[in-house]
Write a protein that binds this ligand. Structure first.
Ligand code: SF4
Ligand code: SF4
Length: 212
């Protein structure tokens, strides 16, 4: 998530719609790119529960290991050390289940306004480390994040609606074809190979031919 954008709600209101327009324009031009904030929200609409159920649950879905082999609930806490409250076991003795459950209960507590929010399944309110960094509690969501999500999601939906209505081939391929990433990689590699061949001089080609 772009914390620079997050830090200023006014900037988000101005820049995110412009970024949304650029997303549409570049896709119409057939340009390949990945704009993470929009891609994630588009995916949460298109794939619904399949994406939402993969949301991070602190200490449950993700475990991070520091260079000493200590376990933490998220990569953001790996510098906290053995004495910190985030330390939840190590690679030799395994996960400290009591600490893990404590963290899970703590991160799922509260978030009262989110329980009734229509976009809660698509919102980043579950990111415990972001909550911790911005509010001092893994369970409390920053009002800035809340506003950001409320601005971002309708823009992502506008992008999806526009490009879907146009049946844009790149958009449909990117978001509905499970093999898109692999096919796109192969296509890029093929283009690179062609470019390399075109850039090589007759001398290079003769040398390659001689080796063969
Ligand atoms: S938009 Fe705000 S109220 Fe709604 S789920 Fe996200 S953080 Fe909670
Ligand atoms: S950064 Fe947030 S979403 Fe990612 S693992 Fe950490 S707590 Fe979970």
């Amino acid at each position: 998530m772009n914390l620079l954008v997050l830090a200023d709600g006014g900037a988000s209101r101005r820049t995110l719609p412009l970024l949304g327009d650029l997303y549409i324009e570049w896709t119409r031009q057939g340009r390949k790119f990945y704009l993470s904030p929009f891609e994630v929200k588009l995916s949460s609409h298109i794939h619904g529960e399949d994406v939402c159920k993969e949301h991070c649950e602190l200490g449950i879905r993700q475990i991070s290991v520091d260079p000493q082999g200590l376990l933490f609930p998220c990569v953001q806490f790996t510098t906290a050390g053995r004495e910190s409250r985030w330390h939840m076991g190590d690679v030799v003795s395994g996960i400290d289940e009591e600490k893990r459950n404590q963290l899970r209960d703590e991160s799922q507590d509260g978030k009262e306004p989110c329980r009734r929010c229509a976009i809660r399944r698509r919102c980043h309110n579950t990111c415990g480390c972001l909550n911790w960094q911005t509010t001092g509690s893994v369970a409390r969501v920053s009002p800035v994040l809340c506003r950001y999500e409320q601005i971002l999601i309708p823009i992502a939906d506008r992008i999806g609606e526009t490009l879907y209505r146009e049946q844009n081939p790149l958009f449909l391929n990117k978001h509905y074809n499970p093999a898109y990433t692999m096919l796109s990689l192969l296509e890029d590699q093929k283009l690179l190979d062609v470019a390399d061949r075109e850039e090589s001089t007759p001398f290079d080609r003769a040398a390659t031919h001689e080796k063969e």
